[in-house]
Design a protein around this ligand. Structure first.
Ligand code: HEM
Length: 126
């Protein structure tokens, strides 16, 4: 990959991230543990919103205009093991699209910071 200073650039910018998101949801929807959670989701919207969210999280353009993450994932029964599988599908997709292991680790570290919002494991005292 290139020597771009931002993670977003190094993972291939708009084109690269779009491909990573598309492949990631192919893997997620083919996963029998995760696909039921997406049964009623508007996948076109989810892909678009996920692209925008991740672009911002990876130091790219900040255009995310979707629902706040806690609200979007509340009461869906999403647990730590679902989160872990989702992240491993992200990593497999990024690997397929040529992202370096170092950049994948960097991206996974950023995804991990959203875990409590996605799984609802909020620290109520925090
Ligand atoms: C770091 C990890 C994750 C991020 C950044 C993320 C981000 C997002 C975003 C941006 C949306 C769109 C919100 C909107 O419509 O405005 C969304 C929707 C959704 N996410 Fe996640 N998500 C993550 C993990 C997960 C996991 C682990 C699951 C379940 C296995 C999940 C299930 C869903 C579902 C079902 C929707 C659709 C909600 C609806 O029908 O409106 N997400 N997510």
């Amino acid at each position: 990959m290139s020597e771009e200073s931002e993670l977003f650039g190094r993972i291939g910018g708009t084109e690269g991230l779009s491909k990573i998101v598309d492949t990631m949801y192919e893997l997620v929807l083919a996963d029998p543990e995760l696909s039921p959670i997406f049964q009623h989701a508007d996948m076109e919207r989810v892909r678009k919103m996920q692209f925008e969210f991740l672009a911002g999280a990876f130091d790219g353009p900040l255009n995310y205009a979707g629902v706040e993450l806690t609200a979007a994932h509340r009461n869906r029964g999403i647990r730590a093991q679902h989160f872990a599988k989702f992240c491993s599908h992200f990593a497999d997709s990024a690997k397929q699209h040529g992202v370096s292991d170092r950049d994948i680790d960097n991206a996974l570290g950023r995804l991990a910071t959203f875990k409590d919002k996605i799984t609802g494991e909020m620290n109520v005292d925090g």
